[in-house]
Design a protein around this ligand. Structure first.
Ligand SMILES: *[C@@H]1O[C@H](CO)[C@@H](O)[C@H](O)[C@H]1NC(C)=O
Ligand SMILES: *[C@@H]1O[C@H](CO)[C@@H](O)[C@H](O)[C@H]1NC(C)=O
Ligand SMILES: *[C@@H]1O[C@H](CO)[C@@H](O)[C@H](O)[C@H]1NC(C)=O
Length: 307
């Protein structure tokens, strides 16, 4: 037998294993576009998401059941399908006929074993149809899925975007989809490039994108701003991490609604879905600082804006 030079394989960088879930359902186009974008960026991904639209179901969790008479969303599986299923053409696209939390856990505990021979390195949820800001994070299935991953010991990011409505996976791509997917991949890559551990224990990152419109029309028009989930209570709330010349972070809602630019908010929450202390904020800030911007000077009053 002749040995070919091709037997000497190049030492490939180890791909990062990622579980992707959401609350809009496994057949919604955003999650597919995020998968495609992360795959192009070199991630080794799989989708484990609800069979149906489970928007607004927070951290609900139930044993999956056989699919009912309406079938999966967007006719993506027939009535009477099993509680767990996958795409015929792409076994990495999996549904769980239950909640975001349930599907995220199945992705981490079960599908990861099959596809990655172990737990994933990181998990992401989204990007959601509609923002998940402030108090809405408490009922968001997207945030619920990310927090479940964190509870399973897997660092996680929740992504949500202002523009769009629920759309089937096979509909034509619209600009907002590719822009939000690119921005999500950017944050994910920035975090993973920072090295392990990607995040401190028991924290998740909540990322929200403002609208895609005539003003904010390409990936490069967006900037990332470090923020808080909830407004600080004067006197009572301890200082945030010091950045952009202040010990008080802007509230994520005010960042996303700020029309002086196209600002995406990046907040850090714990498994109770509330803001973490300055020390934990600092640890995440350090990892993401390469992509973070400050709000324009005259916009800093936005910090004081109430919920
Ligand atoms: C998905 O569910 C949410 C919450 O129940 C609802 O507001 C939304 O209209 C649903 N979307 C579709 C396309 O049915
Ligand atoms: C998923 O994995 C867990 C942990 O190994 C196991 O207990 C559970 O039965 C598995 N679930 C399914 C549906 O296979
Ligand atoms: C990621 O986002 C930052 C900040 O907006 C930008 O400077 C950088 O070019 C982006 N990187 C990629 C790969 O898109």
């Amino acid at each position: 037998m002749k040995f070919s030079a091709f037997l000497v394989l190049p030492v490939a960088a180890q791909a990062i294993n990622i579980v992707i879930s959401n609350d809009d359902g496994w057949a919604e186009i955003n999650i597919r576009e995020l998968y495609n974008c992360l795959t192009r960026a070199g991630f080794n991904g799989l989708i484990s998401a609800p069979a149906e639209n489970k928007s607004g179901t927070g951290s609900s969790d139930e044993e999956p059941e056989e699919v009912g008479e309406d079938g999966c969303e967007f006719a993506s599986c027939p009535a009477g399908s099993p509680p767990y299923g996958k795409s015929e053409s792409e076994p990495r696209f999996n549904y769980v006929n239950s909640y975001p939390v349930t599907s995220m856990r199945y992705g981490i505990q079960n599908l990861s074993t099959t596809f990655f021979q172990g737990p994933p390195d990181i998990a992401v949820a989204g990007f959601n149809v509609g923002t998940n800001l402030g108090i809405v994070t408490s009922i968001s299935g997207t945030v619920g899925a990310a927090v479940e991953a964190v509870k399973e010991g897997v660092p996680a990011i929740a992504f949500s975007g202002s523009t769009g409505h629920q759309t089937a996976w096979n509909a034509p791509l619209q600009p907002y989809m590719t822009i939000y997917a690119d921005l999500s991949a950017n944050v994910t890559q920035t975090l993973t490039s920072s090295g392990k551990p990607y995040l401190p224990e028991d924290v998740f990152v909540n990322v929200n994108f403002p609208a895609v419109n005539d003003r904010c029309h390409s990936t490069s028009s967006f900037k990332f701003v470090f923020s808080r989930i909830y407004p600080a209570v004067p006197v009572f709330t301890p200082d945030d991490v010091e950045t952009c010349g202040s010990k008080r972070l802007p509230v994520e809602r005010s960042v996303v609604k700020n029309t002086a630019g196209c600002f995406a908010s990046i907040s850090v929450g714990n498994t109770d879905k509330v803001d973490v202390d300055a020390e934990l904020q600092a640890a995440v800030l350090e990892k993401l600082k390469g992509i973070l911007s400050c709000l324009p000077e005259d916009e800093k009053d936005a910090r004081k804006m109430v919920l």
